[in-house]
Design a protein around this ligand. Sequence first.
Ligand SMILES: [Zn+2]
Length: 122
Amino acid sequence: MNNENNVLTYIDSLPPLCHSLPYVFKGTEAKIENIVVKCATCGAEIHSSNIRGSFSLLGQSATLLAYALCYADRTITPVEARFGSSGELLTKGPEGWIQGRWCREKPISVLTKIKEFIQGGK
Ligand SMILES: [Zn+2]
């Protein structure tokens, strides 16, 4: 039994996130154009074609469960975030949910705060 292989097989079966973008909130003008995740190891920007996962609607929030793949150092950065239609953003950090805002014009770097959080805590 190889746990790491199971995880990789699972991630490989997920659709690239770029297939789900732009994400439009039903009945509103709100739209998530793009998502950029920072690699938890090297900080490189990972674009949606290298992020695997998709949105699901949970109440008024779009929940993103995804994995960002950094080919430079083979790091997989898990992403769990909730986007509200009026700009609320919750990203899951090591010790709970972190509040922020997503911006319609700019790419979102969902893990920036988590990374800062990890560095700040040490
Ligand atoms: Zn990296």
